[in-house]
Design a protein around this ligand. Structure first.
Ligand code: APR
Ligand code: PHB
Length: 389
């Protein structure tokens, strides 16, 4: 089999890149390790920057998002009973959209089906070869049979545990990492959100986030030790702890409901440089991970896709490799700024085990400063709603 761009992974990065390329007549084949049902069963974050919304629309995958997504003009940051409202719209003229990543992935799969793109699921042992030539090859096994895909370019959209990043020789890669000493316990429940906007809560008992998917579906999180297991957290225990971390006025509005999903995710900041190795490009989680506190994971994947899409169009249609040569530096410039923001939000809102009393005062002072300074709020709003591409 032959294609112009071989794409490894059918998460949001792979599907969005494929869809954008197909729309301008560039042929792709996607190789995915899991089944579609498995990909669609993953529950991930739910905040889209406006740039992500516009890119999904450009890809022809924005109809349901426009009908069902909820536009948010701001968010709340709290510390004990101090509640600061960050009014994105007023401060930056921008908004964000609440729409689950699972829905984004579903819409992209459907758009790709309409496009007739070949997506090969349940592939094993993907191996990328000849990246230093103009005709690389991706070998893989499906249904016990070893096959080969010839292509002009390879997009590594296979997430943090994928094979693409590891194809770049270790001595040519530089990795940067920070692992945080806690995780997020998340629940999904059919009940009304506490407020019309999200609440990021810092408290002496640790962090909590009140988020949502729609008017009758909430996604809430609390910071927990990494050693905790989801089954140690009954619904009752979760709701009690969640309420304890919110300002009293917000806690009073919590309407409890049974959880329909419960899981614990570790928090990590990670970047691998460079994002290009010969004819291979790393995109999204294959190259970088952010802690979820800034809601940047999916949005960074989208900006990587934006840069690579334009670079590949230039290479394929105009024969100019300037864009592909610049891809790594352009994408990394934005990635590092989102890394900084996600790290800052995480530090500002979480309790670190064994910390001294000074650390808690620093968090409180940061919140107080946000409360009193429009400049500080504007800076947060500018980063949260998404820096320009
Ligand atoms: N071969 C083929 N496919 C693979 C392989 C492999 N060796 N390894 C992983 N995959 C697939 C996974 O099964 C998954 O479907 O690659 C896909 C990667 O998808 P994601 O992990 O969702 O990564 P990405 O598309 O970059 O999306 C980034 O997703 O993880 C969140 O927070 C992250 O929101 C961000 C977004
Ligand atoms: C979510 O709704 O899952 C969510 C929202 C905001 C975040 C992280 C996760 O910062």
């Amino acid at each position: 089999m032959k294609t112009q761009v071989a794409i490894i992974g059918s998460g949001p990065s792979g599907l969005l890149l494929s869809q954008l390329l197909n729309r301008v007549g560039i042929d792709t084949v996607i190789l995915e390790r899991s089944s579609r049902d498995h990909v669609l069963a993953r529950i991930r974050a739910g905040i889209l920057e406006w740039g992500t919304v516009e890119l999904l629309r450009e890809a022809g995958a924005g109809a349901r998002l426009d009908a069902e997504g909820i536009t948010h003009d701001g968010t709340f940051m709290t510390d004990s009973d101090l509640m600061v409202h960050i009014d994105f719209k007023d401060l930056t003229g921008k908004q964000v959209m609440v729409y689950g990543q699972t829905e984004v992935t579903q819409d992209l799969f459907e758009a790709q089906d309409r496009m007739g793109t070949t997506i090969i699921h349940n592939v094993e042992d993907v191996a990328i070869h000849d990246l230093d030539t103009t005709s690389p090859r991706v070998d893989y096994t499906v249904a016990g049979e070893r096959r080969s895909l010839s292509c002009d370019w390879v997009a590594g959209c296979d997430g943090f545990h994928g094979v693409s990043r590891k194809t770049i020789p270790a001595e040519k890669r530089r990795e940067f990492e920070r692992v945080y000493p806690f995780g997020w316990l998340g629940i999904l429940a059919r009940t009304a959100p506490i407020d019309h906007e999200l609440i990021y809560a810092n408290s002496e008992h640790g962090f909590a986030l009140a988020s949502m998917r729609n008017a009758n579906l909430v996604r809430h999180y609390i910071q927990v030790p990494l050693t905790d297991k989801p089954d140690e957290w009954s619904d009752e225990r979760f709701w009690a702890e969640f309420r304890r971390r919110l300002p009293a006025s917000a806690a009073a509005k919590v309407i409890e409901a049974p959880s329909i999903e419960k899981s614990i995710a570790p928090l990590r900041s990670f970047v691998s440089e460079p994002l290009r190795w010969g004819r291979l490009f790393l995109v999204g989680d294959a190259a970088h991970i952010v802690p979820p506190t800034g809601a940047k994971g999916l949005n960074l994947a989208a900006s990587d896709v934006f840069y690579l899409y334009h670079a590949l169009v230039e290479a394929v249609k105009k024969g100019s490799e300037k864009g592909v040569d610049d891809y790594s530096a352009r994408a990394l410039n934005r990635i590092w700024k989102a890394m900084r923001f996600s790290w800052q939000m995480t530090t500002m809102l979480h309790r670190f085990d064994g910390e001294d009393a000074f650390a808690a005062q620093m968090r409180r002072a940061t919140l107080n400063h946000l409360c009193e300074s429009e400049t500080a709020r504007r800076d947060l709003a500018e980063n949260y709603t998404g820096l320009p591409y």
